[in-house]
Design a protein around this ligand. Sequence first.
Ligand code: ZN
Length: 177
Amino acid sequence: MIHPILKMGDARLLRVAEPVSVFDTPELHRLIGDMFETMHAAGGAGLAAPQIGVNLRLVIFGFEKVARYPDAPPVPPTVLINPVITLLNGAMEEGWEGCLSVPGLRGVVARHARLRYTGFDAKGAPIDRTVEGFHARVVQHECDHLDGILYPMRVRDFTRFGFTEVLFPELTGQPDD
Ligand code: ZN
């Protein structure tokens, strides 16, 4: 089932989400299925449970090719529950981000270039990956949602924040924004 995606300004996006305590339940699998359906329908690269009003530490992400980010290398479809990010060094990297909760806009955000993330999949099996580049960016963006942080809160240079149709006219007309 496709859920409505909450938009910035909704107080539910500002909460600190609760850990998932029970894995491999029909409810959890249904929620994750709904999240993938919602993300694909919106043309997104990732989605956090709080974006559909579910206050749990659960994110999904991954794509082969996504219209919103035509130059991004593929990221495997991933369910990441109760994530923990470990930064591997101090190197930061700037890049453009958008968000399904902030439709129509893009901004440049500095993110850690390389990190390790751990957590659990839907069945409770551990996940442990070391990633870099766009994959690392997506993980940081999605995990921020679990702490009530939206990417515009991390924009430092507002000369590089604006409407997609103005900044990237070639991307205009995509279903997502
Ligand atoms: Zn987002």
